[in-house]
Design a protein around this ligand. Structure first.
Ligand code: C2E
Ligand code: MG
Ligand code: MG
Length: 687
């Protein structure tokens, strides 16, 4: 074997080797024109040119013209930056080109700036057709779609290129997920599941023809597309997917969208937002499509925070119980409070239940909060007893999941025993919407609570869909009428409130209206016989001490527990009557009129008594003959000997009817009716 003749082969091999390379080789001058000196065979293939001349014609012999016009500016500055700042005068850029057949292709360009002894500064460039590169990399075998990594690279690159174009269209990331796909797989088999995925992929390809679509994993797809017309396309995709044949089931898509605002943001981040949006409607039946918003992002971050920090918040006492007073409509006395959770976090600040309850329910951690609130309520009771602070019964809210995740009844019982709290001091609120599922389990729990001696209230009555049904099937002691009826306070909602109160009395349930914000609402509710009132009109939820202090400052009376049953009996009276009605209390010395309906007041006025206050003064004035008559009449009514009394007033004869409705240690509550006999006789004569 002879000596290896390098020079002999150099010439022969060099260009042959370049032409046989699996990637493009390009040499151009680093001058203003960026004059192309050489392109190998692979470069010609990329540009779909048959000869070097054709390529030179297409590129006008210049690198500037070879690159897609929308990309060249960014590419040039990118190359320059890298050459200046990097070592070895090396650059790596991506751009689009347009082939001879007008196809757009993506190239990766690895270039190096080199000084040639005769030709001066040259760029030696190695070109890779990215689409070809990716053909063998990160492809989903099932659908043929690119995977997540490839999607991220592509989308990031595309948007970066678009960022320099002022007229670039608005772009949107779309994230799609098939609802309950795991169940489909289990129910119909993996093979059928796979076929569905393929069908979904082909529907997407068909709808988003020019877009880059990817299957990330399982039933998760993503794509990047123009924003214009997106709703129609989404609708069409959803419809076509619902049409996929699946015995006894339809396939439902959940779709999140993220409108691109920063074209330089990495795809993995942007598509993450679309995914977050998509997941936010995962459990919301009927919701298919949602845009990511900052508000949604904030909410989701918060949910994440809540779930991760609930134990710490309980341990460190960041969760506080706020109390909202409940007022007896008849007397204006404080007769109860509702315990409402507040999370006052040193890091994220003040959180309302709406910020954390549903997150805790989703994470199946709600029972931890609810048990803690009950314990705090019990502790507060014990502290008040020990320190002689006024006390009223407290109601607290339970969640449906409390019944599933723990033996909530036993937990409450144990706490009541531990802190020595009488059952009557604890009322349980269960929201109406809870009865949609697990009805039989909840029914037995309610019965159990009753057996233990607690009162159970239905919260948010009227806010859900099946209020009346729930009332029929479950036993409640009190109805909390939802504030929806007050927020739009018109004739119709008033009629509904009237009927609800009347119905509750008929089926022997007490009534409480929540969300009362002004005097008008309060007076109306009082006039229809709604027994208890809760709302900002009296107080916002506040710490216990503050409520008691406020009551003391205003001279408001705190109802004794023994009085509650007494007043509760008055609550059974139907105020909605077409007869004159007044409610009056008598402690043996003093009469007090708590309430008189319009007709009652009118008859009084007709007979010359201008107001209820005047009537009360007359009744209690020892110099007024009425006083003595009424005192004697009261004794006979209490003994059940008489019901009616006739007395003269001015020129008229009046008839008073009285009935004892409640009694407590010598205090009597009467329902009164009144009749102007003279006037009625006259009326009859006229007729
Ligand atoms: P809810 O039980 O119906 O409680 C009444 C809600 O209405 C409270 O909101 C209260 O602050 C608010 N509110 C009271 N008066 C007015 C008013 O006049 N106007 C208006 N606009 N709102 C008024 P909050 O405290 O934000 O509680 C919201 C819901 O969160 C509660 O509704 C209850 O369902 C739930 N919740 C609160 N604390 C707990 C808890 O410890 N455990 C569970 N499971 N749920 C809780
Ligand atoms: Mg409540
Ligand atoms: Mg409520």
């Amino acid at each position: 074997m002879g000596k290896y003749d390098a020079d002999k082969y150099k010439e022969q091999l060099l260009f042959h080797a370049f032409d046989s390379m699996p990637g493009g080789v390009l040499i151009y001058k680093a001058n203003e024109e960026e004059e192309i000196l050489y392109a190998n065979h692979a470069t010609l293939t990329i540009f779909e040119c048959d000869s070097f001349d054709e390529f030179m014609e297409l590129s006008e012999g210049s690198f500037k013209k070879m690159v897609h016009p929308d990309d060249i500016e960014l590419v040039e500055s990118d190359i320059e930056n890298q050459i200046i700042t990097g070592i070895d005068k090396f650059d790596h850029v991506n751009y689009r080109i347009i082939t001879k057949n007008n196809k757009v292709r993506y190239l990766e360009d690895y270039g190096k700036l080199v000084e040639h002894p005769e030709l001066g500064l040259l760029y030696y460039v190695f070109l890779v057709d990215t689409d070809i590169k990716y053909l063998t990399y990160d492809v989903d075998k099932l659908t043929g779609l690119p995977g997540q990594k490839r999607f991220d690279e592509y989308a990031t690159r595309l948007l970066k290129l678009m960022s320099i174009n002022k007229d670039a269209p608005e772009m949107v990331y779309i994230y799609l997920n098939i609802s309950h796909f795991k169940i489909i797989n289990i129910k119909y088999g993996i093979e059928r599941g796979d076929r569905i995925l393929k069908e979904v992929a082909s529907i997407l390809k068909d709808t988003f023809k020019n877009d880059y679509i990817s299957r990330f994993a399982d039933d998760h797809f993503a794509l990047l597309t123009v924003h214009e017309g997106i709703k129609e396309k989404i609708e069409s995709v959803s419809r076509r997917i619902m049409d996929i044949e699946l015995i006894g089931n339809t396939i439902e898509l959940k779709i999140g969208a993220y409108l691109v605002t920063d074209y330089n943001e990495k795809a993995e981040i942007s598509v993450g937002y679309a995914q977050i949006a998509c997941e936010s409607i995962k459990y919301q039946a009927g919701e298919h499509f949602i845009y990511y918003t900052e508000e949604l992002g904030r909410k989701i971050n918060l949910q994440y925070y809540v779930v991760n920090n609930i134990e710490k918040a309980i341990e460190k006492g960041y969760i506080k119980v706020f109390y909202q007073p409940v007022i007896r409509a008849l007397t204006g006395e404080l007769c109860g409070m509702e315990a409402l959770a507040r999370w006052i976090d040193p890091e994220v600040g003040f959180l309302n239940p709406y910020d954390f309850i549903s997150a805790l329910e989703d994470a199946r951690l709600i029972h931890k909060l609810d048990r803690y609130i009950v314990e705090e309520v019990c502790k507060n009771y014990k502290r008040c007893v020990e320190n002689d602070i006024p006390l009223v019964p407290v109601s607290f809210n339970l969640s449906r999941l409390d019944f599933v995740l723990t033996d909530i009844r036993k937990e409450i019982d144990d706490l009541a025993v531990l802190y020595n709290v009488p059952k009557k001091m604890l009322n349980i609120e269960i929201t109406e919407s809870m009865f949609m599922e697990d009805a039989s389990r909840i029914k037995s729990q309610i019965d159990g609570f009753h057996e233990s001696g607690y009162n159970v209230w239905m919260d948010d009555f009227g806010s859900g869909y099946s209020s009346l049904n729930v009332l029929k099937d479950f036993d409640f002691d009190e109805l909390k009428i939802d504030m929806v009826f007050l927020s739009n306070f018109n004739k119709k909602s008033k009629d509904i409130l009237e009927s609800a109160v009347m119905m509750a009395k008929k089926i022997n349930i007490q009534t409480l209206a929540e969300g009362v914000e002004n005097k008008e609402q309060f007076e109306f509710l009082r006039s229809i016989g709604c027994e208890k009132i809760q709302g900002y009109y009296f107080s916002k939820p506040s710490p216990y001490e503050e409520i008691i202090k406020n009551c003391e400052e205003k001279g408001a009376v705190v109802e004794e527990l023994s009085e509650s049953e007494y007043y509760d009996r008055v609550g059974k009276v139907n105020f909605l009557t077409d007869k004159p009605l007044a409610i009056s209390e008598d402690d043996g010395k003093h009469f007090r009129i708590f309430f008189a309906n319009e007709l009652f007041s009118e008859i009084l006025r007709d007979s010359g008594v201008q107001s209820v206050e005047e009537a009360e003064r007359n009744m209690n004035n020892p110099d007024n003959p009425i006083h003595k008559m009424l005192r004697e009449f009261a004794v006979r009514v209490q003994e059940n000997e008489e019901k009616e009394m006739t007395y003269p007033y001015g020129k008229e004869y009046m008839e008073l009817e009285a009935r004892v409705i409640a009694e407590l240690n010598g205090r009597y509550m009467y329902a009164l009716s009144i009749n102007n006999i003279t006037k009625n006789v006259n009326m009859k004569e006229k007729i």
